[in-house]
Design a protein around this ligand. Structure first.
Ligand code: NDP
Length: 328
């Protein structure tokens, strides 16, 4: 495993990590979750990603039971949660001081840990002053309940605002962002955030590296097995992932499959290495519903040296979507 610092912080994260969205407590049973976590940990993965909203808290409960069962030394792994979508009643969602503190306490209970290594504001909250959110996060840091705090899918302007408020009042600034980053979704990561990496030392824990499976090539075939984009309760996600340019995406995936075959690798591995090759990525959060998927994806580490600048150029040529802008 390769380890990278979370931005300019001292925290070392495995370049590949494991998330539990859609899978733990929902799509897969607890035995599969157990095997996935064990495989990951045995391969040197040290970060497990979670959120209060994943399977309405069940995902954290499953992970918490497993931490207890594995008895891993607490210093050997990092666990996160995210606050925003708790319940539906007033004060059960958003980034008010009340919800942030209550959500953190509830996640600690479900995960059966004394502190969270990383705690994210899952989305921005237009209805709460950013100073209230920053103060609540600073309080959690000072009370030892969380070690690092950050944001997920905030604009660069919103991140800078939180950063400035923290600096103004001598509070702990956000140190990380959790953005989507993959071959088909790259503009914000590569352009909008560009200055934040050097100016505030922002680390990134990136999500959906395989665009929910699209970048494995599986949706270019007729499938018999159940897949994420076939889950009726996630029809909205299918629409988002495939977008209005489905044919164009599938055609690029077809070319990428060809390229990966020529290179004697697989498309999931190539797609992950493309993400890993960006130095502003601190860790790539993997998702997997089956053990063989995770094992395949973890191969991206051992063969990373084969992902040369020449290979990168060949991929870029197929993608033909490098974001360009004079604004950022
Ligand atoms: P991916 O884009 O990698 O999608 C993972 C899914 O793709 C798997 O569950 C599986 O779905 C399929 N898959 C993965 N590997 C393979 C393979 N080798 N062959 C075939 N199919 C494969 O990542 P996720 O979207 O799951 O995101 C990863 C993590 O990021 C999440 O678990 C979560 O922790 C975090 N996240 C954070 C968000 C945020 O807002 N902060 C939002 C979304 C995710 P299947 O078998 O069901 O088809």
């Amino acid at each position: 495993m390769e380890y990278r610092r979370l931005g300019k912080s001292g925290l070392q994260m495995s370049l590949l990590s494991l998330g539990s969205w859609i899978t733990f407590g929902h799509q897969v049973d607890d035995k599969v979750s157990e095997n996935l976590m064990k495989i990951a940990y045995d391969h040197g993965v040290n970060f497990f990603d979670n959120a209060e909203v994943y399977a309405d808290g069940k995902s954290e409960m499953v992970m918490g039971k497993l931490f207890k069962k594995f008895k891993w030394d607490r210093s050997t792994y990092l666990v996160s949660s995210k606050v925003f979508w708790g319940g539906k009643l007033p004060n059960q969602y958003g980034l008010s001081r009340k919800h942030i503190i209550e959500a953190c306490n509830a996640s600690l209970k479900r995960l059966q840990v004394d502190y969270l290594d990383l705690f994210f504001c899952h989305r921005p909250d237009k209805n709460t002053p950013v100073e209230e959110t920053v103060r609540a996060m600073d309080y959690l840091i000072n009370s030892g309940k969380i070690l690092y705090w950050g944001t997920s899918e905030w604009s660069s302007q919103q991140i800078m605002e939180a950063y400035s408020v923290a600096r103004q009042y001598h509070l702990t600034p956000p140190t990380m962002e959790q953005p989507q980053y993959n071959m088909f979704h790259r503009e914000r990561f590569e352009l909008e955030y560009k200055r934040l990496y050097s100016e505030i030392g922002m680390g990134t824990t990136t999500w959906s590296p395989l665009a929910s499976g699209l970048l494995t090539g599986k949706y270019n075939q007729k499938l018999k097995e159940k897949t994420r984009l076939g889950l009726p309760e996630f029809a909205w996600l299918k629409e988002k992932v495939l977008g209005t340019d489905t044919e164009e995406k599938l055609s690029k995936v077809k070319k990428l499959i060809k390229l990966s075959t020529t290179l004697n690798t697989s498309l999931p591995v190539l797609s992950l290495q493309w993400v890993m090759s960006n130095k502003n990525v601190s860790t790539v959060i993997l998702g997997a519903s089956k053990e063989n998927q995770l094992k395949e994806n973890l191969k991206a580490i051992n063969t990373f040296s084969q992902y040369t600048p020449e290979v990168h150029d060949m991929v870029e040529k197929i993608l033909d979507n490098k974001p360009r802008s004079s604004i950022f």
